[in-house]
Design a protein around this ligand. Structure first.
Ligand code: FES
Length: 82
C-alpha cells in the first residue's frame, strides 16, 4: 500500500501524503491554494480549517464539499468553484 494518494485538482494530477485533507492538496497543487472565487472575483482559500468559515467549498466528484473536512482519496476529482 502506497503512502501517497493521487487526485486531480482542476485537471492537474497532484500527489499528496495519504491521509491529507483536500485543503492541504489545494495548497500543494500550487498558487495560493484557492478553493473558489468570491462574487467580486477575489480568490478565496481555506481559512479556519475546521468546517466553520465555508471558504474552502469545492466540487469533489460532482458534489459540493468542504476541502478542510474531506480526506483525499485515490482518483478523486476536485474542481475549484466560482
Ligand atoms: S477552511 Fe473554513 S470551513 Fe474549511
Amino acid at each position: 500500500m502506497s503512502d501517497r494518494t493521487q487526485l486531480h485538482i482542476d485537471g492537474q494530477l497532484v500527489r499528496v501524503k495519504a491521509g491529507s485533507s483536500v485543503a492541504a492538496a489545494l495548497r500543494i497543487a500550487g498558487g495560493m491554494g484557492a478553493a473558489r472565487t468570491s462574487v467580486t472575483g477575489q480568490p478565496r482559500a481555506p481559512f479556519c480549517g475546521m468546517g466553520v468559515c465555508q471558504e474552502c467549498r469545492v466540487q469533489i466528484d460532482g458534489r459540493r464539499r468542504l476541502a478542510c473536512q474531506t480526506v483525499c482519496a485515490e482518483g478523486m476529482r476536485v474542481e475549484t468553484t466560482a
